[in-house]
Write a new protein. Structure first.
Length: 395
């Protein structure tokens, strides 16, 4: 069996909304449907019935995104009912996992045209109540927030594995001796680059605002922030001597992203020039508390599979879950030129809607390669509970 080339024809995303912000009134299945519909509309030569499958990442799935949000997106977007959909969950890597699974289906001939993406509404993530162990309990019952992080943790899990995500970032800062000032400077650069990219119109070709919502730009970008302002924020996880703050960590967010993937036959049907070609991917595991360093080996493996090295990269979208986490990864890639990393800002400024972020990163790399005309790009994320995911694209 021959392996087919897989092309990214197009990629779109919503502006990323802040927790409780402009997109908080929009259901996650509607967010997903919006980017699916926008993606289809941007390729009018392609019959929507030709979409063989829709893959969507979703890290929560406990609320309105239940019942296979990918299939809900297909139906709500008005695609033919013959188009199926599957939802995948690799936590923060879910959107990229959807892209990889769609690409794999095309590569082996199971599909010719596929949509892949991700969605998350952290604002609308519900509280959940476990069923009591016996009927008619007399005592109080506990509600668990599903917005982020560990909950209903299995008591058999070692305590060192189940620390808060921010404490995991502090552990990475400890490991690499990363100062508060280094982390704040990284965060400031993220905001500056994102604000500049928006001002230059660099996101105009991929961002599709949600109708009826007053949000044209990513909501968490702080154009006027400064090292002085960031320095005033208190540590969030270690009150005494901590370095991780709300200012040097990604916020809680709402948003969706989607990509159109095709083989050669599908490419002819769209009548479009592809943005990029998918070259390789890799996933790895690491100690859960050191999840922030998950991308380190995943990136190396993906580059090896692609027959490329760090010197070949023209752009690299590394998800900024925390400044400490990103800086820790960069410290373990001494061959990498940091100038190619997140040239248009990262998640600290743009936002991190969990299930959507991987698809956002993949789409960002594809658009940047298309703008450059050629090159090799890479997208990678750390993943809670200790995983890393990486994707190599070329043009």
């Amino acid at each position: 069996m021959s392996i087919r080339d897989v092309y990214i024809v197009d990629a779109v995303r919503t502006p990323i909304g802040k927790f409780g912000g402009a997109l908080s009134a929009v259901r996650p299945d509607d967010l997903a449907a919006h980017v699916v519909r926008a993606l289809v509309d941007r390729s009018p030569a392609l019959d929507p019935a030709r979409v063989d499958d829709v893959f969507f990442g979703d890290a929560n799935g406990a609320g309105e995104d239940n019942r296979d949000v990918a299939r809900m997106a297909v139906l709500l977007a008005g695609l033919p009912v013959s188009v199926p959909g599957v939802t995948v969950n690799r936590l923060c890597g879910s959107g990229m996992e959807a892209v990889i699974q769609a690409a794999r289906a095309i590569a082996v001939g199971d599909a010719s045209v596929a949509i892949a993406g991700g969605v998350e509404s952290m604002s609308r993530a519900p509280w959940v109540l476990q069923k009591p162990e016996r009927a008619f309990p007399a005592g109080h019952q506990q509600l668990h927030s599903t917005t982020l992080g560990w909950r209903m943790t299995n008591p058999r899990m070692p305590a060192e594995w189940t620390v808060a995500l921010g404490e995991g970032a502090e552990l990475v800062a400890d490991k690499h001796a990363l100062s508060r000032e280094q982390q704040d400077a990284f965060a400031l650069a993220s905001h500056q680059k994102a604000a500049e990219a928006w001002a230059k119109g660099l996101y105009d070709g991929e961002v599709v605002p949600y109708g009826g919502v007053d949000l044209a730009r990513d909501e968490c970008i702080r154009d006027s922030t400064s090292m002085e302002a960031l320095a005033k924020l208190k540590p969030s996880f270690r009150p005494d001597g901590g370095t991780v703050t709300a200012g040097n960590a990604s916020p809680l967010n709402d948003g969706a992203a989607a990509l159109l993937l095709v083989d050669e036959a599908g490419l002819r049907e769209t009548g479009r020039e592809p943005l990029a070609r998918i070259r390789a991917s890799a996933v790895t595991g690491i100690e859960p508390q050191l999840f922030g360093l998950g991308p380190v080996q995943a990136v190396r493996r993906a580059l090896d599979k692609a027959g490329r090295g760090f010197a070949d990269l023209t752009t690299f979208e590394l998800n900024e879950a925390f400044a400490a986490q990103s800086l820790g990864c960069l410290a373990e890639w001494p061959e990498l030129d940091p100038a190619v990393v997140n040239p248009r800002g990262g998640a600290i400024a743009i936002g991190h809607p969990l299930g959507a972020s991987g698809a956002r990163l993949a789409g960002a790399v594809a658009h940047q390669l298309a703008a450059a005309g050629s090159g090799t790009g890479l997208a990678a994320l750390c993943i809670g509970v200790g995983q890393g995911l990486a994707l190599v694209l070329e043009r």
